[in-house]
Write a protein that binds this ligand. Structure first.
Ligand code: IMP
Ligand code: ZN
Length: 355
């Protein structure tokens, strides 16, 4: 694993609440157990289970969200998640999260996001570049430019359970927080719930306002929705598991980059085994793809592990895997200045790494 950790990587599909350390979740569950809010042993069983179906995973998120309801916890998990990705040598992270309103905690979607931003500011193990205006230096930290650095940008997720109005509130928030590192929006959540027609006008509006859009697409074989999503021409899509011949053709002709999450697809049984995973076909066609973790905490994986798995499952050499990671620079939602700096990071790494 050491080599895969040392390789610089970009993470473009990571859900905040899916990327929490198991140790933190257990600690939070113990605290709520002691307060009598949950039964700790029940929560422990759910948290420690490894092989979860897609519906079990989405159920787990209900428990996770119960554990992460207050601002302090949101700040803590954000800090830890960024530090964990940085420790994996992820040099650019697009972290996505669903802004949540919780009246009993005095939490609005905005205050939820403020807690996330506070978490980014409290990262201490690595220098963080959080935002960059036209002439604003974005690095946050104590000015030691020799320190390891991670660029972090945010995507605000719309959950498919939400109403059009709630989705619009998220988009408005994303627009207002653009100068704080929010670069786009995502549509996620249970793929069996909600209608594309509810969300597309909101997502179209987001795009008109200059936000970039990525969609969870094709987690279930709903061809009508998959076609409508592809025709929307999102800047990227996540998963793309259940496409059929016509939809593959469309995806390839539109050249929409795909965020591939191997372990997530296997664990949720969206794809039955790696030897039939669409990664191989897309890779061979030189279709734009990027390897991502989705929910590193929930699926017990890391960015380095996803690269190691792809290399061994599909017989791809280290140098090609390095190029795969570098190519993802072209699909990030941050601007050209960041792209150039990432190119330099990869150039330097290429001199250092033994292929
Ligand atoms: P959060 O947005 O930070 O709360 O991250 C967890 C949320 O991400 C979950 O409640 C889901 O809505 C979404 N999510 C995580 N993994 C998946 C997935 O595999 N498919 C669809 N949605 C997902
Ligand atoms: Zn996802």
């Amino acid at each position: 694993m050491e080599w895969w950790v040392s390789m610089p990587k970009l993470e473009l599909h990571a859900h905040l609440n899916g990327s929490i350390r198991n140790s933190t979740l257990l600690e939070l569950a113990r605290e709520l157990g002691e307060k009598g809010i949950i039964i700790f042993s029940d929560a422990e069983c759910v948290l420690l289970k490894n092989d979860r179906s897609i519906s079990e995973s989405l159920k787990l998120f209900e428990l996770i969200h119960l554990l992460t309801t207050n601002h302090k916890t949101i700040t803590r998990i954000t800090k830890e998640v960024v530090e964990d990705f940085a420790a994996e040598n992820v040099v650019y992270l697009e972290l996505r999260t669903t802004p949540k309103r919780n009246d009993s905690e005095g939490m609005s979607k905005r205050s939820y996001m403020e807690a996330v931003l506070e978490g980014l500011r409290s990262v201490s193990t690595v220098e963080t570049d959080i935002f960059r205006g036209s002439d604003v230096e974005g690095s946050h930290g104590n000015g030691h430019s020799q320190r390891k650095k991670i660029y972090v940008r945010l995507l605000l997720s719309i959950d498919r359970r939400e109403t059009r109005e709630a989705a619009m509130e998220t988009v408005q928030l994303a627009m207002e927080m653009r100068h704080l590192g929010v670069v786009g929006v995502d549509l996620c959540g249970n793929p069996m719930i909600g209608e594309w027609t509810t969300f597309w006008p909101v997502l179209e509006f987001a795009r008109e306002q200059g936000l970039l859009v990525t969609l969870h697409c094709g987690e279930v074989p709903n061809m009508e929705e998959i076609n409508a999503m592809l025709d929307f021409l999102p800047a990227r899509i996540g998963h793309a598991c259940c496409l059929k011949q016509e939809e593959w053709k469309k995806l390839k002709s539109y050249k929409i980059p795909v965020e591939i999450c191997l372990t997530s697809n296997i664990r949720t049984e969206t794809i039955s085994s790696l030897d039939i995973h669409h990664f191989a076909d897309l890779y061979n066609c030189k279709h734009p793809i990027v390897l991502c973790t989705d929910d590193s905490g929930v699926f017990s994986t890391t960015s380095s592990r996803e690269y190691a798995i792809a290399s061994s499952a599909f017989g791809i050499e280290k140098r090609e895997m390095f190029e795969l990671a570098r190519n993802a620079i072209g699909f990030i939602f941050a601007g050209d200045g960041v792209k150039l700096e990432l190119e330099q990071i990869f150039d330097l790494a290429a001199e250092r790494l033994q292929f």
